[in-house]
Design a protein around this ligand. Sequence first.
Ligand SMILES: [Zn+2]
Length: 519
Amino acid sequence: MKPDVEIYDTTLRDGSQGEGINFSVADKLRIAERIDAFGLHYIEGGWPGSNPKDIEFFDQAKRRKFKRAKLAAFGATRRKAVAVRNDEQVRPLLEAETPVVTIVGKSWLLHVQEVLRTTPEENLAMIGDTIRYLKDHGKFVIYDAEHSFDGFSDEPDYALATWQAAEKAGADLVVLCDTNGGRLPEEIARVTSLARGRLDAKIGIHTHDDIGLGVANALAALEAGATHVQGTINGYGERTGNCNLTSVIPNVALKLKKQCLPLASLTKLKELSQFVDEIANVRHNPRLPWVGSAAFSHKGGQHVNAVQKLARTYEHIDPALVGNRRIVLISDLAGKSNIVLKAQELGFKITNDTPELKTILARIKELEHQGYEYEAAEGSLALLIRKILRHEQAPFTVGAYHVSMRRDGPESVVEATVKVRVGNQVAHTVAEGDGPVNALDSALRAALTQFFPQIKKVRLTDYKVRILDSTTGTAAKTRVLIQSTDGAAEWGTVGVDDNIIEASLQALVDSMEYRLMKT
Ligand SMILES: [Zn+2]
């Protein structure tokens, strides 16, 4: 299926420029894999010329296989008065070894004169040289025309000349950007349609949300003939953020009715949105259109009543189409089928009629109420389902543990002891660590390795803590998410408690149990 509209994700580059967003290399790889599995067409991984973290990301990404998405490295046109082959910012773009390179360049004469401080002709040469050089190296080149609409509004002929320079040099796509995010849909549509008439290259659109029109502007451009749209998951990005793909994608598929992604992918949209929030350690926004937890929740009595008679009385679409669900006071069939789907996806044989399903559902609801979340903790979810479905006991129990810390001058010593029971055998171990969780992890692993040698390979790759709102006036709860690997697979687990150590231990125990479950 050739899509009418291609989706280009820049969560890892433009999105990571948002306030409060900071991804590690491991985070970026996880997000890229998830976006690829979801089925987006392009993933912009970062700007390898600008920081070592992005270089490392591309180094690691080279060794992974993406099923569908093409990976793009982002950079700028060559600097003024420097030959492109000597430009140190351009070289890392080739070294990233991605099939796609995206280059940003200037459309706005104001920027050429005041920021680059060069001549209009040199800017055209910078665009042309860089694109030609990348094409000569076999790249698919996307040209991001920065400030397209501001530039066009000031000096239409010059803006157009820059886009034509990109096209002439062989750019595969010319992407019009509303970089400052202040333009209105009508002018976005008008300029896009003009560009489409004047260029043979495919046209894309990249918008920002500074006046709350990021998504509207992207849709306006798509209706005016653009066939490629750039944005970020959950609208992360500089200032008020980028065009939000979690809105654009369903709007394109369900409202504009253009071919974009398989409809089956769409049902995983909410999950993707929550996953990326979890990784970014950002609280999920309940009011996000389409994917927010409140997007289909009905509170007013009249609404609830009408929705139960006929859902479309107060719903613009069936929430299941985007993996969301209706929240009403009674009846929760959507939740049930979600769990069945998820359990099947995790490899369990389960249907709507499985007798244990009710218990599983009740348990998940209870735990979610306590603050557990399973979007980024499928290891814990798989364990929970398995224990109920197969009436299994845990392979081990932690009978007792103790963590202590003391400081003596600059030196601090953290020590943990753990007592683990397997059948009627007991192991008692002690370990030191850099911090309480690290010490606990070492002690637990030392104990378990005596019974299960395969645990030796397990190590923590990530540890995240979130303080949950206190709604009852009691102490706030702590949610701990950990990510583990055994070198081959990766999995996430979760723990929740008033006490951070206890929450961490739960997540650690789940992690080890999950590894044992697989053997
Ligand atoms: Zn941008």
